[in-house]
Design a protein around this ligand. Sequence first.
Ligand code: PEP
Ligand code: MN
Length: 340
Amino acid sequence: MVVVMAPEATESDIDNIVALVGAAGGEAFVSRGVNRTIVGLVGDSERFGALNLRGQRGVGDVVRISTPYKLVSRENHPERSTVRVGGVPIGPDTMTLIAGPCAVETPDQTLKAALMAKLRGGAFKPRTSPYAFQGLGEEGLRILAEVRAETGMPVVTEVVDARDVELVAQYADMLQIGTRNTQNFALLQAVGDAGKPVMIKRGMSGTIEEWLMSAEYVAQRGNLDIVLCERGIRTFEKATRNTLDISAVPVAQRLAHLPVIVDPSHSGGRRDLVLPLTRAAIAVGADGVIIDVHPHPETALCDGPQALVHDDLTELAALVRALPPVVGRALTPAAEPAAV
Ligand code: PEP
Ligand code: MN
């Protein structure tokens, strides 16, 4: 059950709901969104029924939610949400292009990649092999911050350990949870507390429901600024790195109110597939795409084979400008690449 507070509700109205629910033996989780505050209730709904929650001061609505995820469910929040990342909107009215190197390697490489597009870049890299490049850590974060200062681009970067969340949040505009950590619940709770938007990749062997439950962990800490990212799932097919589950985009958008973007780079794992998969993502109604780019992919320390070079990105950016209006999505300045 979820209590949706009215726009004019005060802090004491919210405290009143939390106290009533506590007195009835339940737990209340307060989530503050841009437009309104919602309170998720956990406990005996029969006892909550006796509280006359709908009649309490500052309450807009009380909704019974049938799905196991409550706060991110569209049953609770029928309009689709927009998340703002350093001033850039990601949501139903925009097609956002996020791009940058898989890993931050040097200041020069990061700046060149940033000048190719909006910025993503990993300082902490979760690698299947402990012998592979693990990222530059805090030095990588400092490079990202310098490049942000030079280009004005918001920074999306991954955090792989709950102990690093505070550090990464000092530098990043959006915290990324990678596919390998989608069910690291302590990490999800820590990023939920960090006060920054969070992007959650789908687990490579995770169901859509499990992905939404991961988002619920973040939402339960009071943070509803969550972006979901479909990045391909593991199937029997070996021709591609992962199989892009394109149907997950409209399914997740119907079940949750959160923006859903697609990562065509990690899905296909091949440069030649990035453009066709981006076309598919836009056509299916994704709210954005996140793309690996590199000034010299042949020397990349991570994921070079899937990184776009300058001319590829120019072509992709043209597609991101041209296709959204064809599928009924208004084009906004957020779709303009910073420099190509
Ligand atoms: C990445 O975006 O750099 C990354 C490691 O992605 P994923 O978690 O989807 O493999
Ligand atoms: Mn990568």
